[in-house]
Design a binder for this molecule. Structure first.
Ligand code: UT7
Length: 327
């Protein structure tokens, strides 16, 4: 019997980092007053209970794929790479109107990474952190050299415009990051998990509109997510006091503030910058964390080299977080 040669397995660099970031939001601004013309709500209620001042809605012909292409292209440009250098494209989303085809392959083609391995990833509002974890591990394993992760959502297609509990929260947009090899570690291990017993608290109804038991999700997020963020820090070998910037999923400003408060009680600094991008972007699900990161970089509230703690959570229920060094 002939002996077969030992199977070869790939091996990559020991460290990865984010090389570039980009985002895209539709032009159309929708204020709370605009929404109060359409349903029984008010600017005061929305600001007090959710923290949103305005959000962006895509036009009818402005598709999830279009927004992903814009954000992804900007992230690649920011990284200094050529689009054809991207060999993996991961597209976290939960609002692509078709299961077949997926969004990722079309986006790869349109940004100029036509030969890239491309797949969608659905972990709802935790999707970007899941995608970033997968991208980093693919690069470290040698399966990919440069991976592009694009969180993109057109939530307005999935929200009943007369449902005041959801229509005031959700919005549209995309945010992206390029992951590649690095000399020093720039992406910590992902802390992820799920709570499938709470599946009934957020789901898409038969009419394709999102339903959520707001209060149940709120309670879960304000109690269960800070420990996940602390776990991500522990996996990265850091302390709460090392965090310069906290970017939780932008679901509700009161949830963001509750997570920050819990982390400060565990030693995070008072001067830790806390993302409040929801105020002008709304809840964009898998796009909210990279959108916030890109906006904060542009505004100068996050600087190159800062320690950024990100944590996403949402339908599934699913959650994931990790520490990154800002590019
Ligand atoms: O991103 C995925 C994960 N999702 C989340 O993390 C969302 C978590 N949940 C939330 O952010 C909040 O629960 C919501 C923003 C969805 C709702 O806020 P809430 O403070 O929990 O409001 P509620 O559902 O407890 O409703 C309080 C009151 C109710 O009236 P009554 O029964 O007390 O008379 C609602 O009917 O507020 C009413 N209400 C509104 N009033 C004005 C609900 N929506 C509105 C509205 N405008 N848009």
């Amino acid at each position: 019997m002939s002996q077969r040669p030992a199977l070869r397995q790939s091996q990559g660099p020991s460290a990865t980092r984010i090389l570039g970031v980009g985002s895209f939001q539709p032009e159309k601004v929708v204020t709370n007053d605009d929404l109060s013309q359409l349903m029984d709500t008010s600017d005061q209620w929305i600001r007090d209970r959710v923290g949103i001042i305005e959000r962006r809605f895509a036009e009818k012909d402005e598709l999830l794929v279009d927004m992903a292409v814009a954000a992804g292209s900007r992230a690649v440009a920011d990284s200094g790479l050529n689009p054809s250098d991207v060999d993996t494209l991961i597209l976290p989303n939960c609002t692509m109107p078709t299961l077949i085809p997926n969004a990722a392959a079309q986006v790869a083609e349109r940004i100029g990474a036509s030969a890239a391995g491309a797949f969608d990833l659905n972990a709802a509002c935790a999707g970007f952190c899941y995608g970033l974890g997968v991208a980093s591990d693919l690069v470290r394993a040698g399966s990919s050299k440069y991976a592009l992760v694009i969180g993109a959502e057109k939530l307005t297609d999935s929200v009943d415009p007369t449902d005041r509990a959801n229509a005031i929260i959700f919005a549209d947009g995309a945010g992206a990051a390029v992951v590649g090899p690095a000399d020093e570690p720039g992406i910590g291990p992902v802390a992820w998990g799920s709570a499938g017993d709470l599946v009934h608290t957020i789901y898409m109804r038969d009419d394709k509109y999102i339903y959520q038991e707001g209060q149940s999700v709120f309670r879960w997020a304000t109690t269960q997510i800070a420990p996940i963020a602390l776990r991500a820090l522990e996996l990265a070998g850091l302390e709460p006091s090392d965090v310069d910037v906290l970017i939780p999923h932008q679901a509700n400003l009161r949830i963001v503030e509750a997570i920050a408060k819990k982390l400060r009680a565990k030693g995070a600094r008072e001067d830790m910058v806390v993302a409040d991008d929801i105020r002008y972007s709304g809840n964009t699900s898998s796009a909210s964390i990279p959108l916030a990161l890109d906006h904060m970089r542009t505004a100068g509230t996050v600087k190159s080299g800062d320690v950024v703690l990100m944590v996403g959570f949402g339908a599934g229920l699913s959650y994931a977080g990790q520490v990154v060094i800002c590019p």
